[in-house]
Design a protein around this ligand. Structure first.
Ligand SMILES: *Cc1c(COP(=O)(O)O)cnc(C)c1O
Length: 362
């Protein structure tokens, strides 16, 4: 085994997930791979969360906010855009609560395609909107919510020569399933619980597909229980019916009519998992904990996975291994951060040693 890591291998070792997992993905030698070297994200121990649960559990964060555009959507998008390119498509379209539009724009433009993104006007976090604009998307903000935007883009993609890249596009889930492969490779086994936020519920379905594929190939000896979490004001999968006007601070999961409902329900049933809602207050609590105790800044939607874990802590077995998926980067939503923290922030101070020392309590 090679042990000396030189600068070259350290910077070129991860080729992106299509190259890393091409035997597990629907690609051929003729597929033009459009990549920003997504995937290969860290699995970080989050001991302060584990300590809150006790029972000698081990808790890890799969920090997918470290993907090139700052969310797990890049895993799906490298596949969706590469396949669209292979099929000769010239434009893509998506509806988005923000992260899909950022990712679609980056990968489509990299492939030389146009990207049309429909977003709910006023409900997309600043960082995500900034990305779509910088990556050169055609941004169309509608006076309606995500669910309405998705209806429109599905209709348009069925009538015009544009490829739909929302998670109804099967290549998206193929790319996203690779996160499960990475988790099993890092832990040497599947975890007992996989905690994950759900919006359109594509990601939980993709993870389950990945865990099952590795299990069938004997790369793991067990399957995790899939624990899906939604925000209380936006929890159609928990209450079992469509929500017309979903509300939550976690805008990435502000979805009332999840397109991958059936797949997610199968994942829950097959894995003996559970779906539960967490309040915005619980989400923000977990969001702050991750920031100030672990040095991990995720977006509010992502913190739903940790909030949900803490809420269900009584059901966890001793010594369990748990992975919480942190789907997006905290920098995406600076307004949420500024408005929700316990930091001490003194502004307008005189630039004097005395003043500063006094404020420091010295
Ligand atoms: C898209 C997204 C989700 C929800 O994923 P689904 O596949 O729609 O369930 C959760 N968190 C973040 C940050 C997202 O961007």
């Amino acid at each position: 085994m090679k042990t000396d890591i030189n600068a070259t291998s350290a910077t070129t070792s991860w080729p992106g997930l299509i190259e890393a997992y091409k035997n597990w993905l629907p690609v051929t030698d003729n597929t033009p791979v459009i990549t920003l070297q997504e995937g290969g994200t860290p699995l970080i121990p989050i001991n302060s969360i584990g300590n809150r649960i006790g029972k000698k559990v081990k808790v890890y964060a799969k920090y997918d906010g470290l993907n090139p555009t700052g969310s797990f959507k890049d895993r799906g998008m490298t596949m969706a855009i590469s396949k669209a390119k292979e099929e000769g498509c010239e434009a893509v379209i998506c509806a988005s609560t923000g992260n899909t539009s950022a990712s679609a724009a980056a990968y489509a433009r990299r492939a030389g395609m146009r990207a049309y993104v429909l977003i709910p006007d006023g409900y997309v976090a600043q960082g995500k909107l900034a990305q779509a604009l910088v990556y050169g998307a055609e941004v169309l903000a509608i006076k309606g919510n995500f669910d309405r935007a998705l209806n429109i883009v599905q209709e348009i993609a069925s009538k015009y020569p544009v490829t739909l890249v929302n998670s109804v596009n099967p290549y998206r889930l193929q790319g996203q399933k690779t996160a499960s492969f990475e988790i099993i490779e890092t832990l040497g086994e599947a975890p007992d619980w996989l905690c994950i936020p759900m919006g359109n519920a594509g990601n939980i379905s993709a993870y389950w597909m990945g865990f099952k594929e590795y299990y069938k190939s004997k790369k793991s000896k067990k399957l995790p229980q899939m624990m899906g979490f939604q925000a209380s004001g936006s929890a159609p999968l928990v209450i079992g019916k469509v929500i017309d006007n979903p509300q939550t601070i976690a805008t990435a999961i502000r979805i009332g009519n999840p397109v991958n409902r059936e797949k997610a329900l199968i994942a829950k049933k097959e894995s003996n998992g559970a779906f539960l809602d967490v309040t915005d207050k619980e989400i923000i609590e977990a969001y702050k904990l991750l920031g100030k105790e672990e040095g991990i800044f995720c977006e509010p939607a992502s913190a739903a996975s940790v909030a949900g874990l803490l809420k269900r802590k009584n059901e966890i077995q001793n010594g369990a291994t748990i992975v919480c998926v942190l789907t997006g980067n905290g920098l995406k939503d600076p307004d949420c951060a500024i408005n929700n923290n316990d930091a001490s922030f003194s502004s307008g101070l005189e630039p004097e040693i005395q003043t500063i020392a006094q404020r420091m309590g010295l």
